[in-house]
Each structure stands twice: as structure tokens, then as C-alpha cells.
Design a protein around this ligand. Sequence first.
Ligand SMILES: [Zn+2]
Length: 295
Amino acid sequence: MTRRTTRRAACGAAMLVLALLPVAADAADRLVVTWHPARPRVGDVGWLHLRGASDAAVIEGSVGNRPLTFFPYAGGHAALVGLDIETKPGVHAWRLAVLEPGIDPQPLSGKVTIVPRKFSEQRLTVPRGMVDLDPETEQRAVAEGRRLQMLYRTISPERLWRGPFVRPVAGTEPPSGFGARRIINGKPRAPHGGADYAVPRGTPVVAANAGRVALVGDFFFPGRMVAVDHGLGLYTLYFHLDTVAVGEGDRVERGQPLGTVGATGRSTGPHLHFGAQLGSARVDPAALLTLRLAD
Ligand SMILES: [Zn+2]
């Protein structure tokens, strides 16, 4: 098989055209992959658009060692890409396989440059009991962390979200602190995986998009929390709630109340910690709010 690769830019997005000869005739001989944005940053959630494959095609793919989950989109296929908060900036390889009935699998591959991003440093002082945990509390926090990790790796097969993601609290003030390298009581800790909205206790918290309530918990660090499963490995998280208005298994619409802002768990005061996970990748929820897909 000979394969020719050309690169050109269109609409501000890098476009990679692969002409595949002579495996597939007609429609399948021209597969086009577009990255949005063309040069994603560490912590971004972007998306890949594949055109030229038939509706019946099954697409498998990965960026680095993270798998992609494709869905039908605008007469083609698309997949969200989450670039974890601790992704190494630089050139990363991606690969796809287009599986069409009756045709040999068509491999596609390329490279994407992930742009570095400067994260702030946060120095926090919290009560010692919230950092130097007694063994029993430590065990509890570890078990809760594992439960969340297991949840994030659970990929529901149906895409439940549509259209834009909305702020989980009213107002215009941007959230802060995503990716902050944290020094808590003088000791470096894991980077801050979400973004915080400093709003008063009792402020209504709404679902950023349609989904299903996957978990309602009262955990040591997150406090009272809700996780919404948007399908295909995407979750949004709402931590430190004062009250919760939904139950596990509930279907929620974009903008539907989930509860109210509080200061439960490890929190220096009332605020909403808003998080987004794409599989195991911790991504910037603010990037989710700027995601624009046509359907
Ligand atoms: Zn937070």
C-alpha cells in the first residue's frame, strides 16, 4: 500500500489529508482528520473530526496511550480529546483505525503538538487534620479516590450531551485555580484538578450539560459531591456542596439544579469546585465551556 501525506491549514485548524491507495475505492479513499483546536494546550479538552469514513465505520484510536471514543458527528465521526493536566508538552503521536465492513482496516496516524501552559502556584493553609490524616481517615480518602478513578474509567456507550456546556453557577466571573501547583501547609501536593468558583453558600449549582447522575457522595476531600456522566467517558464534578437535589441514576438536562454551594470536605470557605474528566484525564472545565460542536 502506498500512502501519501500532505499538510495544509484551513479555517485555523491543522488538516491532515491522507490519500489511501488502493485499499478502498470511492468514498473511503480520502480520509481527513482535523484537530480542534489545531494546537491544544496542556489541560485542554479538544476534539478530532474524521471525515470520509462511511456511517457504518467503526473508529478506534488513541493519542499517546489514551484511547479515543468516537461518535457520529456532522456526517462523519468525532471524538473528544482530553489532555491531562500533567501531559508533557511537545509532539505526541496519534493513531486511528477505520474499520469498515468488507474493507481492510485503514490505519491513519499523525502528530499533534501540545502547547505548554503556565499554571499558578497556590499556597494554602488548612487545619492540620485535613492534610496529616490519621490512618483510618487516610484509608477512607484513598478508597474514595479509587472509587472516583474507577468511575472515570467507566465509559457509558451513549453520548448524552448536546450543544454547549454552561457554567455551573450564575455570573460572569471566570473560575480560577485549574492546574495550580499547590503547596498546602508548606508541602507540595498534587495539582488542583478542577476550577473554583468563589460564590456564596446557597448559590444554586446546575448541570453543565445533559447527562446522568453517576455518583452522589459525601467524601472526605470533595465533601458533598455530585458526578454527572455525559457519556463516552466524559464526567463533570461538583464538589463541596451544601445540599444535593438529585439522586444517583437521575437523568439531568443542561442547566438543571443539582444542589447548592457549600464548604463541605476540604475547603477554605464556600465555593464550587467544578471538575471535568475525560477518562483518566483531568481537563480544564473552562475549556469544556468553550467547546463548540454543531450538534
Ligand atoms: Zn477546588
